[in-house]
Structures are given as structure tokens and as C-alpha cells.
Write a protein that binds this ligand. Structure first.
Ligand SMILES: Cc1ncc(COP(=O)(O)O)c(C=O)c1O
Length: 404
């Protein structure tokens, strides 16, 4: 049985979605607002009301990556600044501050959740030189301005702890919410939406995301109106009035056709998230029945005890092999999945501090051991909404055969 890691082809069975998608494309061909325009304005409003609350400013951009870049530009991040993130993330989280000339400082992850470890963050922040006015400086003399925690695989980082540390050390937080549209976080002040906890966040609408466009797209969320205005200007080369440039921005605009397609898809997001949650529950039961829980770790659910329905929206379903031989065990599983034509992926095979392009950071093998181990031991399995129960059983059976 061939089982893809991800496919959109099964959505053709959803007649309501097919009809509304075609109508959306026709609408754009009719009004021809291909860049920004009314589809983007309406999508921003619809995302603000369905995914956040009316206080959130939602700003459509050309991709999640560009979303982060624009936020950093709006916050004036550049040469002389330092930004903290983890090495266990998609490249863009670190490449954007690097592109603007900022120093990247990595903080290792919690081995269970794969997200920024607040204890390690505290130690890192405390290791910087603190000047009389509160300025934090790295060993290279750069000013520590921002922390970018990544909400990985569909659930939130420990934002309570990270926000408290950020406040204590006088640093801004921007959430990498690329993978968590629709997830909730149980803060002490009550339930919060992932992406609406810190000063600003960005979400990716890449086609494989829980809400995906038919090309690149993304959006920014922020609460401050002035920051939102600045971001809107930067998104469009830095101009407010046509051909008059207030600042140097870029072309970070969302296409009208992507916005129209996303407007057709947005009403299905909560249903798709629920189907992913159901699939995760089926995996859990099947792995438990197969007696594999002493050989593999299932995805951590750090906020499950909160009882929030959307504490995890399973953008990815990532398992981990246990023990000294974990990496070899993963190879065995991969071999078997290949034979059975079952899709899988490794997120992420090389942590960012070991990437060639970041060699100048001088972080060596062993600098962030938890990120390095996770890269060797984790494996993402199919979890897309239309995945069938018998396919999940077949994935678990294949892993059982490989490991037992
Ligand atoms: C954690 C993370 N950050 C940033 C991005 C960048 O988003 P995009 O691919 O829309 O540019 C992604 C998406 O792949 C992601 O998963």
C-alpha cells in the first residue's frame, strides 16, 4: 500500500471545497486584483476573526519567511544586534536575522518537546554582559534584542516561561508560529491563541501547512497599531502613497489569487485540524497496542493537561527512537518504510549550527547536543487530514516489523 507523507489530491473528494476554490479563482480573473487588493483585505479580516480576536492585526505577506523578515525590519534589527533562536528549526527562523546582519545566538532545545528549553534560555541570558542601563551584550559585543521561539510541529513553546525571561532581561519576543495556525496555549491569564502571545508573530501558509495556499503565502499577527502600519508600509517597498518611499522596504506582498484560494480553504481549517487530532489519537492507540512505547517516544503533548481542545494541531507527527542505537534504529525503520512505499521525512536532518552557511558562527559539533540528537533520532510520519485509519495501521505495522 503506497502511503504518501502528504497529499492534497484527496481533497478533490470535498465537493464544497472544490466549488468554492474554483469560484474564488474565477472571482480573481474577473476583478483582476492580482497583488494585494480586496481578496487580501478580506482574508486578513477573516483570519483575524476566525483564528484570533478582533484586537489582532493580521497582515498578509508573500511567505512565512518574508513575514519574519518584515517584522525584523520593522523592529529595526540589524548589524550590532543579536537574536536568540534554536538550531532545531526550519532555516528561515535563523536566516532572516542573519540576512539583516544580526548575530544569531542559538539556545538548545528540550529533548521531549524539541522546542526552546527555558532553563537553557535563562542560563544563556544570564551569561551575557549586562550594562548599567540593562543592555545585554554577547561576547561579540552585539546587543541582545530578540528571542524567536519556534512552536514546532503544531503545539506551543513554553511561552509562560519564555515571556517571563524576556521581561526580566528586557528582550522582545517574536513567535515563529509558522506551524501552529489554530492551536491554543494555556497561559496563566487564560487561553491564548498561538501567534497572539508575544508582540508579533508570523504564520506560514505554504501548501503543506494545516492551512495552505496553492503557492507561497504567509501572514503576520501583531497587536500594536503603529507596528502594524509600519509592517504594511515595509511589505510594499516602503511606500504609502504610490511611488513615494518613506523607508526602504521590499516586495513582500501576498497575491490576490492566493488570498482568494485561502478564503475558500479557511472555513475547513478547524475540521482539518480535528482530523489531524483524530489521526494522532489512532497512532497513539496503535503504537500502544503494538507494544512499541519502550522503543519509540510519541510526540510530546506539553499542554494536554490543560484540557484545551487545540493544545496540539499536529502539523507534523514526529516520533523518536529510544536508546544508544536510536540513530541505527531510525535507519532500520526508514529502510522498511522505503520498501513498503510509506512516506516519511526528517525534520530536521542537520541542525542549523552545523550548516555550511553558518560556519562563521563557530558553533562546533557538540555545541547543542539535544538538537543534534533530535536530528539523528526523530522521524515524521503521515498525518494529513484525509489519511485513512487502515493506512495509519499499516504505518504502525511497518514500524513494528522493522523494530521487533
Ligand atoms: C518553523 C518554520 N519557520 C518558518 C517557515 C517559513 O515559512 P515559509 O515556507 O512560508 O516561508 C516555516 C515553513 O516552512 C517553518 O516551518
Amino acid at each position: 500500500m503506497t502511503i504518501p507523507l502528504f497529499t492534497l489530491s484527496r481533497q478533490s473528494e470535498n465537493a464544497a471545497l472544490t466549488t468554492s476554490t474554483k469560484a474564488a479563482i474565477d472571482r480573481v480573473l474577473e476583478h483582476q486584483q492580482f497583488i494585494l487588493g480586496k481578496e487580501v483585505v478580506e482574508l486578513e479580516k477573516e483570519i483575524a476573526t476566525t483564528c484570533f480576536d478582533n484586537k489582532a492585526h493580521v497582515i498578509g505577506v508573500s511567505s512565512g519567511t518574508d513575514g519574519l523578515l518584515v517584522i525584523l525590519m520593522a523592529k529595526g534589527i540589524g548589524s550590532g544586534d543579536a537574536v536568540i533562536t534554536t538550531p532545531y528549526t526550519f532555516f528561515a527562523t535563523a536566516s532572516c536575522p542573519h540576512r539583516l546582519g544580526a548575530e544569531i545566538v542559538f539556545c538548545d532545545i528540550d529533548p521531549k518537546t524539541y522546542m526552546m528549553d527555558p532553563e537553557k534560555l535563562r542560563a544563556l541570558l544570564a551569561s551575557f554582559q549586562r550594562e548599567a542601563d540593562g543592555t545585554l551584550r554577547t561576547a561579540k559585543g552585539n546587543r541582545v534584542k530578540m528571542i524567536i521561539p519556534i512552536h514546532l510541529f503544531g503545539t506551543c513553546s513554553d511561552m509562560e516561561a519564555i515571556m517571563a525571561l524576556a521581561q526580566e532581561f528586557g528582550v522582545t519576543v517574536v513567535e515563529d508560529a509558522a506551524q501552529v495556525i489554530g492551536a491554543d496555549f494555556p497561559s496563566k491569564e487564560g487561553q491564548k491563541k498561538a501567534g497572539a502571545i508575544a508582540e508579533a508573530s508570523f504564520v506560514s501558509l505554504y501548501p503543506t501547512k494545516n492551512l495552505g495556499a496553492f503557492g507561497d503565502a504567509g501572514f503576520i499577527v501583531c497587536r500594536d497599531e503603529k507596528l502594524a502600519d509600519q509592517i504594511r508600509i515595509l511589505r510594499n517597498h516602503g511606500m504609502e502613497e504610490r511611488y513615494y518611499y518613506k523607508v526602504v522596504g521590499g516586495n513582500f506582498r501576498m497575491d490576490g489569487i492566493q488570498a482568494a484560494i485561502l478564503r475558500a480553504r479557511l472555513p475547513f481549517l478547524s475540521q482539518w485540524n480535528e482530523q489531524r487530532q483524530k489521526n494522532a489519537a489512532i497512532y497513539k492507540e496503535a503504537f500502544t497496542k503494538a507494544g512499541l512505547l519502550d522503543l519509540i517516544a510519541l510526540p510530546a503533548e506539553p499542554w494536554a493537561a490543560s484540557g484545551l481542545k487545540n493544545h496540539h494541531i499536529y502539523h507534523q507527527y514526529v516520533i523518536r527512537m529510544f536508546g544508544d542505537q536510536a540513530s541505527a534504529q531510525r535507519d532500520k525503520v526508514i529502510d522498511h518504510l522505503n520498501k513498503k512505499e510509506i512516506g516519511y521525512a526528517i525534520y530536521y536532518p542537520v541542525p542549523l549550527h552545523l550548516q555550511e552557511c553558518f560556519a562563521d558562527l563557530n558553533d562546533k559539533l557538540g555545541s547543542y547536543p539535544e538538537s543534534e540528537r533530535a536530528s539523528q533520532e526523530t522521524l515524521a510520519l503521515p498525518i494529513f487530514p484525509e489519511l485513512k485509519e487502515e493506512e495509519i495501521q499499516a504505518v504502525v505495522a511497518a514500524i513494528t516489523e522493522a523494530l521487533k
